[in-house]
Ligand binder design. Structure first.
Ligand code: SAH
Ligand code: DHB
Ligand code: MG
Length: 220
């Protein structure tokens, strides 16, 4: 009952959110390619876009592309001449994403880098690709703490880091959860709490993707 209500409320608000045909087609192609249905919900996608606009983002980094659904939301929030780099481990996911990004006419704005973010993130640091105005962490949860540390090296004062899936239906409360992502998320939440260069808060969410949440982190 509760899940049904959350989903209905999400449907009720869809017009306000404005998920368009390009985003819908992207999701359809993700499904066709049998990618796991773990992209952000439309309201979270729109939220990411709004944050990009609020910080007047010209450079965005995303860690975990999947089929490019969140990528499109984010890239549409960039200012004129802005760029987004998105990191993805799975070649197949990157290929699906590339097509979805082309359909969204964002191929000149978005660069997908295929590889393990544990390699590609330090590469970004080495080549001086930063600082980014907005960073969205959404890849393997085990790697979150390291992605957070590299993110700090790719940030300036005022960079916003958003980390997805910090609640996991409440599994985050369990030190011995069956959810394989939880230990990584718990380490990450602790690392953020301890880090003096940032100020952060979790936002819990409900909707078509169940009960989860994301952390909003400001580098200051
Ligand atoms: N941001 C996407 C969802 C990402 S799902 C959206 O909301 O639409 C997580 C993605 O991270 C998957 O595509 C997975 O292949 C990728 N991933 C997992 N481990 C990774 C790693 N070590 N480096 C880069 N990407 C990784
Ligand atoms: C999973 C990953 C995600 O990024 C997400 O939003 C939901 C689920 C997962 O790996 O299970
Ligand atoms: Mg996620």
């Amino acid at each position: 009952m509760t899940q049904k209500l959350w989903t209905n409320i999400e449907k009720y608000f869809i017009g306000m959110i404005g998920e368009d045909a390009v985003l819908k087609a992207a999701l359809k192609d993700c499904k066709k390619a049998k990618l796991p249905p773990i992209g952000v919900a439309p309201n979270e996608g729109k939220f990411l876009q709004l944050v990009a606009k609020m910080v007047s983002a010209r450079k965005i980094l995303e860690v975990g592309t999947l089929g490019g659904y969140s990528t499109i939301w984010l890239a549409r929030g960039l200012g004129e001449g802005g760029k987004l780099i998105t990191l993805e481990y799975e070649k197949k996911h990157a290929e699906v994403a590339q097509k979805n990004i082309a359909r969204a006419e964002l191929e000149n704005v978005v660069e997908i880098r295929v590889g393990d973010a544990k390699t590609t993130m330090p590469q970004l640091v080495n080549e001086g690709a930063g600082p980014f105005d907005l960073i969205f962490l959404d890849a393997d949860k085990e790697g979150y703490t390291r992605y957070f540390e590299w993110s700090l090296n790719l940030s300036h004062n005022g960079t916003v880091i958003i980390a997805d899936n910090v609640v996991r239906g409440g599994e985050v409360l369990k030190a011995r959860s069956k959810d394989a992502g939880v230990p990584g998320i718990r380490r990450f939440n602790k690392a953020v709490t301890k880090e003096k260069r940032v100020s952060a808060t979790p936002i819990q969410t409900v909707g078509s993707k169940g009960h989860d949440g994301f952390a909003v982190i400001l580098v200051e």
